[in-house]
Design a protein around this ligand. Structure first.
Ligand SMILES: NC(=O)c1ccc[n+]([C@@H]2O[C@H](COP(=O)([O-])OP(=O)(O)OC[C@H]3O[C@@H](n4cnc5c(N)ncnc54)[C@H](O)[C@@H]3O)[C@@H](O)[C@H]2O)c1
Length: 383
């Protein structure tokens, strides 16, 4: 099997998920290339975090707190960069300049200007393979919805509703972190953090927002600073975007509602999508991660059916086909999608390729228009 040697820059939650996925690559018996992690970088070296990586991944030869040192490492062929949004532009552009293939994290730049700069960097290095992480599309039910889109099983699209609901910020005593600060997370707030995941399936389907009316809520405008005081919390907690979208295939226009909420009582990590069409409808939520609900309309009685999806995955896994699927499985499948496309030059299927840089630009056009819509109280076209 071929190997692609990786450096990880940013060893937080997602850096660890990738490390874990790479460590169990033998879970996917049919892949032709595997990731090998040879270097890691994070802001503050700490025995606790470093030992977790060192003890679990013996191939790591370099640990540094300076990303430039990692990028200078000739043994590193590709990087996964998972750092706060204010650093995306600088780090992604430097990685491309250093000749490294890149899996970046969403939102691929703190704002549209940063995304434009990253896109320009990609344009200067067409030989490098660049994708963005978003794993929810790899859940079996989302894959099945993708197949239904491919085969035009939905008929004319009536409407699509997608969202990502958290409740991590309902507690007003929770101290502020970088994801609530404009300086690090950006003005988009919850849209930049959660919105890319919500857009993944609709955008891949070719359902393109033409305009947006956005309602953004800053429910807790201040938070504890963790040092006994309080600080302003200026990013929106929740956002509802109502878009007029065009189906690129048929040209039909339909309503597309995208919801991102950090304060959604009762939720933990609920990514959902609902597609309503004239011939079929489908609903999926990670709250019920094994179940896809489908209604197929053939003229008779309208019946919602529930299908237990098991491991219906694009990249064959050793887990038995009837067994349930979870978050870390989606991360593993997403990485298999990255490496497959890197190796073969095209995705295995349309919905099993990772988010493309071009798709990230559409996120930024949408979230920038949404900010303007909220400020002006009007519907704003995407520029
Ligand atoms: N795909 C997903 O489901 C998902 C989930 C969470 C976060 N994310 C994205 O991942 C990225 C990181 O988020 P996170 O939740 O892992 O954050 P985190 O705070 O858990 O980790 C951030 C990491 O960046 C490192 N870092 C910060 N400044 C650095 C610097 N100057 N040099 C080197 N390293 C530095 C920190 O040391 C830390 O290891 C963001 O873009 C976020 O949107 C994606």
């Amino acid at each position: 099997m071929k190997t692609l040697r990786f450096g990880i820059i940013g060893c937080g939650m997602m850096g660890r998920e990738f490390a874990s996925a790479a460590a169990r690559w033998f879970h996917l018996p049919d892949t032709s290339v595997r990731p090998e992690i040879v270097a890691i970088c994070h802001r503050t070296l700490s025995a606790n975090n470093d030992n977790w990586f060192k003890n679990n991944i013996p191939t790591i030869k370099q640990i540094t707190s300076d990303y430039r040192e990692l990028l200078d490492n000739r043994n590193v062929e590709s990087v996964y960069i998972s750092v706060p949004h204010n650093l995306h532009r600088e780090f992604y552009c430097a990685a491309l300049k250093a000749g490294k293939h890149l899996m970046g994290e969403k939102p691929f730049g703190i704002d549209k200007k940063a995304n434009d700069a990253i896109m320009a960097g990609i344009g200067r290095h067409p030989d490098l393979f660049v994708r963005c992480s978003s794993q929810f599309m790899f859940f079996p039910a989302a894959q099945r919805i993708g197949q239904m889109i491919e085969t035009e099983a939905f008929g004319r699209i009536i409407e699509v509703n997608a969202g990502f609901l958290h409740c991590s910020d309902l507690n007003p005593a929770k101290p502020i972190d970088w994801k609530r600060m404009v300086e690090f997370n950006g003005e988009y707030g919850c849209m930049g953090d959660l919105g890319p995941h919500v857009c993944a399936v609709p955008f891949r389907a070719g359902w393109i927002p033409l305009n947006v009316r956005a309602v953004l809520s800053n429910i807790m405008p201040e938070r504890p600073d963790g040092k006994g005081g309080t600080v302003p919390c200026e990013t929106p907690d929740n956002a509802t975007l109502l878009c007029e979208a065009r189906d690129s295939r048929s040209g039909d226009i339909f309503p597309l509602t995208l919801r991102t909420q950090r304060i959604s009582p009762g939720q933990t990590n609920n990514w959902y999508i609902e597609v309503l069409g004239t011939k079929a409808c489908a609903k999926f939520s990670t709250n019920n991660a094994n179940v896809l609900e489908i209604l197929e309309y053939t003229g008779g009685e309208q019946r919602w059916q529930k299908i237990n999806m098991g491991q219906e995955v694009p990249f064959k896994s050793i887990t038995h086909s009837i067994s349930q699927f979870g978050f870390s499985d989606a991360v593993l499948q997403m990485w298999a999608g990255f490496l497959y496309e890197f190796d073969k030059g095209k995705p295995y299927t349309r919905f099993s390729g990772c988010v493309t840089p071009k798709e990230t630009t559409l996120w930024h056009r949408l979230f920038t228009a949404a900010l303007k819509s909220h400020k002006t109280g009007t519907t704003v076209g995407l520029e």
